[in-house]
Write a protein that binds this ligand. Structure first.
Ligand code: ARG
Length: 503
């Protein structure tokens, strides 16, 4: 492509660069301003040395990541402070120079904290912006901070530091969500409801057992987070642009200084690695998919047709047209966000697939996905915890939804316990279902005289089977819906939470 069609030909500009004249048309003024900004930004570029002319303004905006990577201002400064100390240790800075740099960096940090940091044209990304400001504050010596460092290892370390902090925050939201489920499971053990397969009534279960069925995936998500954290917690700083660090930087102590467990093994890999982002995006997608399934259950249970739960007004909305409506928007959004997050995962996998070795600018896309996912996930977890904590469960409606044909399996188990092989017992129980349908009679009202015609093993004690508590209490084996197992699950999940720690 013809370069001049894209770039602003600064050096051959026939236009005066001062805009004091009021005879100049607004269009020309606009051109002048754009050029002046371009001149400014060329002056400020970290890589300006070999370039002639300036970057096309559209390209400038296209290339910049400052609007979103400024989120990592703190981590960028943290990395630079540690790097200054490493440079001192390697005798590349004097004690005074190092102190000047650190004081300057602290100054920059204060500006971000106070909201007074002013982003300038040419501040392509957070690394460029912080270094530009550092040099303004400390002067020439500011140029030493980047000795042997590249934005390639810098951005990788910034992201890992940022993600590490986020994982700690998100884990506490996840722990809180699990605690909310456990609290309900503990307090509402007596409530029985239908368990479903294929959304058809299947067998009676405890409401707590259903709640716990959503606890365990979340517990596994926490377990997975521990593994992910370990892989995030490896320091890439000191890898340079790609080939490594030529200044004898002590990478192990640099890693330690930044709270990392260890330093990365290979500089080429370290600057190109975004597996930790992919893994986080997958982790977030899976967790949000778990939450979307809980949301879906609750959306169904909150319909008038089920009526098992009623959402608190704080987590529902109304209709602008139908005054009677109370919509489960919180849950629908949780369900929808699972799609958005999985889209981020797939989108970023597509960015990564087939990239050549080491750093390529494609990698800059990582932050858009990472930050969006992190923000959405924090919202999802908090909204879900609040929705579950505040909803009301209608124990009577749950009980009313239990119908006696849900005890058909129990009839088969009754016969099995009297010695009949399960296959024949299943057959006989089927005949009991048929009998109840043909007599238009519920199970518990079937005369024993009719039942014994199906099998002589039926005796008076069949009446104990017509009882939903009795039904759920059969499932005593670990993992079942009997009280004992529900209690065990609560104890085990609580123990997991007590022992859980990321760092
Ligand atoms: N803003 C860049 C990113 O996020 C920083 C690294 C730039 N490195 C480079 N060689 N252009 O990926």
């Amino acid at each position: 492509m013809n370069k001049s069609s894209l770039s602003v030909p600064l050096d051959s500009s026939p236009l005066p660069l001062d805009d004091s004249s009021d005879r100049v048309s607004p269009v020309i003024l606009w051109h002048k301003k754009t050029r002046m900004a371009a001149v400014e930004s060329k002056r400020a570029k970290l890589w300006g040395g070999r370039f002639v002319g300036s970057t096309d303004p559209v390209m400038e905006a296209f290339n910049a990541s400052i609007s979103y990577d400024k989120k990592m201002w703190k981590e960028d400064i943290q990395g630079s402070v540690a790097y200054a100390k490493a440079l001192l240790k390697a005798n590349l800075l004097t004690e005074t120079e190092c102190n000047n740099l650190i004081t300057g960096l602290e100054e920059v940090e204060k500006e971000w904290e106070a909201g007074t940091f002013s982003i300038q044209p040419g501040d392509e990304d957070i690394h460029t912006a912080n270094e530009r400001r550092l040099k303004e504050i400390v002067g020439e010596v500011g140029g030493k901070i980047h000795t042997g460092r590249s934005r390639n290892d810098q951005v990788a370390v910034d992201m890992k530091l940022w993600l590490r902090g986020h994982l700690v925050d998100i884990s506490s939201h996840l722990v809180n969500f699990i605690q909310v489920l456990l609290e309900r499971a503990e307090n509402e053990k007596e409530i029985l409801m239908p368990g479903y397969t294929h959304l058809q009534r299947a067998q009676p279960i405890r409401w707590s057992h259903w709640l716990l069925s959503h606890v365990w995936p979340a517990v596994h998500d926490l377990e997975r987070l521990t593994g992910l954290y370990l892989r995030v917690n490896v320091c890439p700083l000191g890898s340079g642009a790609l080939a490594g660090n030529p200044f004898n930087i002590d990478r192990q102590s640099l890693a330690e200084d930044l709270g990392f467990e260890e330093a990365t093994e290979n500089s080429l890999q370290a600057v190109s690695d975004r597996d930790f982002v992919v893994e986080y995006l997958f982790w977030a997608s899976l967790l949000s998919s778990h939450l979307s399934r809980l949301a879906e259950d609750l959306i169904l249970y909150s319909t008038s047709e089920f009526g098992f739960v009623k959402l608190h007004d704080a987590y529902a909305t109304g209709s602008s047209l139908m005054p009677q409506k109370k919509n489960p928007d919180s849950l629908e959004l949780v369900r929808g966000k699972a799609g958005t997050l999985t889209g981020n995962l797939c989108g970023f996998m597509m960015v990564m697939k087939g990239l050549p070795s080491t750093y390529n600018k494609d990698l800059q896309e990582d932050k858009l996905k990472l930050f969006e996912t992190a923000e959405v996930l924090a919202g999802v977890l908090q909204v879900m915890a609040g929705t579950v904590q505040t909803l009301k469960v209608n124990a009577d409606a749950c009980r009313r939804a239990l119908s006696e044909e849900m005890l058909s399996t129990d009839v088969a188990y009754y016969l099995v316990k009297k010695g009949m092989p399960f296959r024949s017992a299943h057959e006989k129980a089927g005949e009991v279902v048929k009998l109840s349908e043909s007599l238009h009679c519920s199970f518990s009202s079937l005369p024993l005289s009719e039942l014994v015609k199906i099998s002589p093993l039926f005796t008076e004690d069949i009446s104990s089977v017509w009882n939903f508590e009795h039904s759920v209490e059969q499932y005593q084996a670990d993992g079942g819906t009997a009280l004992k197992s529900v209690n065990n699950q609560i104890t085990r999940a609580r123990k997991f939470l007590t022992n859980f720690s990321l760092a």
